[in-house]
Design a protein around this ligand. Structure first.
Ligand code: VAH
Length: 310
């Protein structure tokens, strides 16, 4: 059976729905710190797990005969800058707990999300390659870089089958994101419908790699179902859909809501965004497990506004 730790989060919740649709509700256990996502609690087994507590994870795996864990609990880039030690503790302890369960053969397979936040200001910004200079300047980015090193180490030393994707910014409507720098690209749609205007916390020409949630979930399912010998990258795969600036997403929204107005008041998150690439080269992911994104910016805008207007 599958266990999702951090199922209440932006990606975790949609992974839970998707995996339940594929494997059956009874085969996917959702878990988080509290019962905040009622939709998940009503559609299958939901356990309270603190991702920093090894015993609660181990007990849950034994109770439900879990053999695969998706570790989706983390503190993201913006919140991580406010609480550096909390971000380090949660992001690293949770990873060690899951890797050590796999090392002890208590589970067979692990998915752990990395991020384009592993890259820093000295990384080539355009079409950032899979293997390159990585000097992240956020706590979150540091945890993702170190986490990737540990994933590769546990694979090479203990043959742990851990797989990972460097997610770009992810846009979705089902569950709000929490504490990310790319959250502007979700907030803007809510504000466009509610107030027909949005004051963006990044400057108008800040290009960032982005992806629609449906593409991110499909990529995750595809990587986890790829034959083990075809997964040649054991740090984390570059993955990219599209790249756009706040100005471009505003233009896309104006095609649907002509009176929409955007203004710009950059805050501390501008420095975080400026340290990240503006586009990603995901040749390896496309070659090794035929990854291909489906959604372009106008497709995302249409789907977001349609679903948020319901
Ligand atoms: C964040 N949404 O903003 C996350 C993600 C690439 C961005 O890691 O921190």
């Amino acid at each position: 059976k599958i266990l999702i730790i951090g199922a209440g989060g932006q990606i975790g919740s949609e992974l839970t729905y998707k995996l339940r649709a594929i494997h059956g509700d009874e085969n996917v256990i959702a878990s988080d710190l509290n019962y905040n996502n009622v939709g998940l609690v009503n559609s299958g087994t939901f356990e309270i797990i603190d991702a920093m507590d090894y015993a609660s994870i181990k007990i849950c795996c034994e109770k439900h005969n879990v053999d695969t864990i998706y570790l989706m609990a983390a503190i993201l880039s913006a919140t991580g800058e406010k609480y550096p030690m909390k971000a380090w503790d949660l992001n690293m302890q949770s990873l060690f707990h899951v890797l050590n369960l796999a090392k002890a053969k208590a589970i067979k397979k692990v998915f752990w999300p990395s991020s384009i936040a592993v890259f820093g200001p000295t990384t080539p910004r355009e079409d950032t390659p899979q293997h390159t200079v990585m000097e992240p300047t956020t706590v979150y980015g540091i945890t993702k870089q170190v986490g990737e090193r540990w994933c590769q180490y546990y694979h090479e030393k203990y043959n742990v089958d851990v797989r990972s994707i460097r997610y770009p910014g992810i846009i979705s409507w089902k569950t709000l994101p929490g504490g990310g720098t790319t959250d502007y690209a979700v907030e803007i749609y809510h504000e466009a419908l509610k107030a027909k205007k949005y004051d963006c916390f990044l400057s108008e020409n800040t290009a960032l790699p982005m992806m629609y949630m449906d593409d991110a979930i499909d990529a995750t399912v595809s990587l986890m179902s790829t034959k083990e010998e075809n997964v040649q990258i054991r740090s984390s795969y570059n993955l990219s859909g599209i790249s756009f600036t706040p100005k471009q997403i505003a233009e896309s929204i104006k095609k649907q809501i002509p009176e929409f107005e955007i203004s710009y008041t950059p805050d501390f998150r501008q420095q975080i965004a400026d340290s990240w690439p503006s586009s990603i080269d995901d040749t390896e992911a496309r070659a090794q497990w035929n990854w291909k994104h489906q959604y372009n910016l106008d497709g995302i805008t249409k789907d977001m506004l349609k679903n948020l207007s319901k």
